[in-house]
Design a binder for this molecule. Structure first.
Ligand code: PLP
Length: 403
């Protein structure tokens, strides 16, 4: 009798691209599937509708809890891009009071969903620079706020909690204090920070916070705007059947929101332990890179960063080429900002940091982002380091140092 062939063991994939999208957490998957099976329209009055509504409201509570916020202030959307577009409008209601903003101030390193997704006239938008580590220049912000106040203009600041390319954390609370002192409004894109470091609506001191489910291990196509229950844009992005307290029309995607809620709860419960574990893994990765690969450096290394993100620069290399070489070695990473449909453009984030450091923009063209998450372990980091030590010298004809 001939022996059955032994199937080769599946190769481990080092998925180090959690900032692009984090794999679905098991708890989110289970909750999503249960809600999918359950069906029902959350606006229907019959039993199935009421069950869907109950699931949706539980998820709303879970998302609110992650930011220590009132669930009535959570508006579910199709993602953070929609949530940012919904709220970055000049005409607002803040805690029930009408407010109109004259100028939108954005940091130079905001995500494109803010930079091009806002609903202000383009000539009313101003960039606030960052320093060489990618941190907003609070002095420049303060000066601009004073100038706007002297002209009787009300500012609206959009400042992210953590950058998607470098992981650099922004001083959102300090910036919010400055903006509120002159009667302005603050939006914080907390997409990359929520579920990875402690963020709350109160600690950020922001009026509006936007979130995305898939960056914390929830389903794609789900997000939220979090605010005081009586705050909103006076011009909704999506009008319709009055869902989400009239703030976002359209039948809610109950399974996606339920998966989002479960991911938020899971990430929130494990937050501190995971942050410590990921900081250790990140250190292992960064030490390996700078010790073994000549000239490599980490962008934003001098700033406080997310525990999971490393933006490593390999001078003289093209990031896309290195990403492909790593992919062939079963290591999944991104070049610069690859959030948008596989597009690898030059990074406006690294360009802003380079400009502040007096570096030429090309100095950061070999930047590759490694972003770890709940599914990452030491094996993934070691696989990535081994692949880098093979690929970088080959692509740049520079020797790797012997470890
Ligand atoms: N904000 C940041 C910082 C991001 O990294 C992303 C990622 O794409 C978004 C917003 C957009 O999120 P979404 O995919 O939910 O629209």
């Amino acid at each position: 009798m001939s022996e059955a062939p032994i199937a080769p063991a599946p190769r481990r994939i080092a998925y180090l691209d959690h900032n692009a999208t984090s794999p679905l957490r098991p708890a989110a998957r289970a909750a999503f599937l249960e809600a999918l099976e359950g069906g029902g329209n959350a606006s229907s009055v019959h039993a199935d509708g009421r069950a869907a509504r109950a699931r949706l409201e539980r998820a709303r509570g879970q998302v609110a809890a992650l930011l220590d916020a009132d669930p009535r202030g959570v508006t579910f959307t199709s993602g953070a891009t929609e949530a940012a577009s919904a709220i970055l409008h000049p005409d607002l209601e803040i805690a029930g009071r009408p407010v109109t903003c004259d100028v939108l101030l954005v940091s130079a390193v905001e995500h494109p969903c803010v930079l091009s997704g806002h609903r202000f006239p383009t000539d009313k938008v101003e960039l606030i620079p960052v320093d060489g580590e990618g941190v907003i220049d609070l002095k420049a912000l303060e000066n601009r706020l004073a100038a706007l106040a002297a002209m009787g203009l009300r500012p609206y600041l959009s400042l992210m909690a953590a950058n998607n390319e470098t992981g650099v954390l922004q001083p959102v609370a300090e910036a919010s204090d400055l903006v509120h002192a002159v009667g302005g409004v603050v939006h914080c894109d907390a997409v990359q920070a929520a579920g990875r470091v402690n963020v709350s609506l109160a600690a950020l001191k922001a009026d509006f916070v936007t979130l995305s489910a898939h960056k914390m291990g929830g389903p794609q196509g789900a997000g939220a705007l979090v605010a005081h229950p009586d705050s909103r844009a006076r011009v909704p992005l999506m009008a319709g059947g009055g869902q989400e307290r009239g703030r976002r029309g359209g039948t809610q995607n109950v399974p996606a929101m339920v998966g989002f809620g479960a991911a938020a709860a899971d990430a929130g419960t494990r937050l501190e332990a995971e942050a410590m574990r990921l900081t250790g893994l990140r250190r292992r990765l960064e030490t390996g890179i700078v010790e073994r690969l000549q000239d490599a450096w980490v962008a934003g290394a001098g700033a406080v960063r997310l525990p999971n993100t490393t933006c490593a620069v390999f001078p003289g290399l093209k990031a896309e080429t290195l990403v492909i070489a790593l992919d062939l070695a079963h290591v999944r990473v991104s070049a610069g900002s690859a959030c948008s449909s596989g597009k690898v453009g030059s990074s406006h984030v690294l360009a802003a940091m380079a400009a502040a450091s007096g570096l030429a923009p090309e100095a950061t063209s070999g930047a590759v982002r490694f972003s770890l998450g709940w599914s990452s372990g030491e094996e993934d980091v070691d696989l990535a380091l081994a692949a880098l030590c093979r690929a970088v010298p080959r692509l740049s004809s520079r020797p790797a140092r012997v470890a």
